[in-house]
Design a protein around this ligand. Structure first.
Ligand SMILES: [Cu+2]
Length: 339
C-alpha cells in the first residue's frame, strides 16, 4: 500500500536498534574545504568528475547511452546463470548477491553503500574498458526533481534519453535508448523473457526523495548506521519503487539502465555526507554484515561490517575491502562529483 506516510516511515526508523541510542544533531561543521581527499595514485590531474545528466552536453548524453547499449550488444562473460549479454552480467551479479548462503548481503546491511559504490565502479570500468567510453560518469539528481513536485519531467525521461513510462498491460518501455529491451533475468528469482518495464508513481518519489528527507530527516544523523539506514529506506527505496517495474525488483533492478543513474546519485549523497565531516565520516562504517531479517542471530550476535569486510563482484573485477572504497579519491577509486 502506498498510503504509508513519511511520518510512519520515520517513526519506524526511530524504532530500529541503529537509531535508538544515537543522538540526532544538526549537520557537522564544514571541514571539507580544507580536507585533502587525494591519496595514493589519485591526484588532481587524474580525478574524474561525475556530472548530473543535465550537466552533460547533448553529445555526451548520446555517448553515454551508446556505451550502455554497447554493453548490451557484447556477449556475456561472467558465466552467471541466465546471462545473455555483458550488461546482464551486472544484473546477474546483483541478483546473486541477494541469494547467498546467508541471504541478501548487499541490502539492509552495513556494506550496502560500499558494495554499491564498488558496483558503480565495476559498471564504469566495463563502460570504459569494453566499450571505449571516455566521457563523464553521470547520475540523476533526484532531489532537484522531487523539490519541484514532478520527478518525471527531467530530460532524461524522454525519447532521446532513457525513455518514458511503461505503456500497455505489461508496462513496456517503448521509447528512448532502451526501447523494447528484452530482459532474461527476473522477475526476482525467475528467468523469463519480459520487457524492460516501468510503472511511475510520482507522489511516492516526491515524498521520499526531496531535500527535507536528504538534509533534515536523514542529514540530521552524524553517525553512519542511522544515516545509512535512513537514506536506504527513504530516498533509495522510494525512487526504486517510484520508477517501478524492473526498478522495483530488489534482485533484478539493474536490468533498467536507470538503476545506475539512481545508485550513482545515492553514492553522491553518501560522499556529500562524508564531506560534511570527513575526519570522522570518511572511514566510518558500521551495521550488520549479514541480513538480520534473513538469518537467526548467531551466538555472540550479528557480525558487524568493518573496514576489512571483503566486497565481491563475482570476479568481474578483483575483490576489494570496504576500506578500499570508503574514499572515492583514495587511489583505487579516483572520482569526485561536479556539485
Ligand atoms: Cu542493490
Amino acid at each position: 500500500m502506498k498510503s504509508i506516510s513519511l511520518i510512519a516511515v520515520t517513526l519506524a526508523l526511530g524504532s530500529t536498534t541503529y537509531a535508538a541510542s544515537i543522538p540526532k544533531s544538526a549537520r557537522a561543521a564544514e571541514t571539507s574545504s580544507t580536507f585533502d581527499y587525494y591519496n595514493g595514485t589519485c591526484t588532481s590531474e587524474k580525478v574524474r568528475i561525475r556530472k548530473e545528466w543535465r550537466d552533460l552536453t547533448g553529445s555526451e548524453q548520446k555517448a553515454y547511452l551508446a556505451a550502455e547499449n554497447c554493453l548490451i550488444s557484447l556477449p556475456a562473460k561472467s558465466g552467471l546463470a541466465a546471462t545473455t549479454n555483458r550488461f546482464s552480467d551486472l544484473q546477474a551479479l546483483h541478483r546473486g548477491m541477494t541469494n547467498t548462503a546467508v541471504g541478501d548481503i548487499i541490502h539492509d546491511v552495513g556494506q550496502f553503500l560500499p558494495w554499491h559504490r564498488y558496483y558503480m565502479h565495476v559498471h564504469e570500468t566495463l563502460l570504459r574498458q569494453e566499450c571505449n567510453y571516455t566521457g563523464p560518469l553521470t547520475y540523476w539528481d533526484e532531489r532537484l526533481d522531487a523539490d519541484t513536485g514532478d520527478m518525471f519531467t527531467s530530460p532524461m525521461w524522454n525519447s532521446t534519453g532513457f525513455g518514458g513510462n511503461g505503456i500497455g498491460s505489461d508496462g513496456c518501455v517503448v521509447d528512448g535508448a532502451f526501447a523494447n529491451y528484452t530482459e532474461h533475468i527476473g522477475p526476482e528469482n525467475e528467468d523469463t523473457e519480459y520487457c524492460l518495464n516501468r510503472a511511475w508513481d510520482n507522489s511516492w518519489a516526491v515524498e521520499m526523495a526531496n531535500s527535507t528527507v536528504i538534509y533534515d530527516i536523514c542529514g540530521g544523523y552524524n553517525t553512519y548506521s542511522p544515516w545509512w539506514y535512513c537514506i536506504a529506506e527513504l530516498a533509495h527505496k522510494g525512487v526504486h519503487t517510484a520508477v517501478g517495474g524492473v526498478m522495483a525488483d530488489i534482485k533484478s533492478s539493474p536490468g533498467d539502465p536507470m538503476f545506475f543513474m539512481h545508485h550513482t546519485y545515492i553514492d553522491k549523497v553518501w560522499f556529500d555526507w562524508q564531506k560534511g565531516d570527513p575526519t570522522s565520516r570518511l572511514y566510518q562504517i558500521s551495521g550488520p554484515a549479514i541480513n538480520e531479517s534473513a538469518n537467526a542471530e548467531p551466538a555472540g550476535g550479528y557480525p558487524n561490517t568493518t573496514l576489512s569486510y571483503v566486497l565481491s563482484s563475482d570476479e568481474i573485477l578483483p575483490n576489494v575491502t570496504v576500506e578500499t572504497v570508503m574514499n572515492p579519491m583514495g587511489g583505487y577509486l579516483c572520482y569526485d562529483y561536479l556539485t
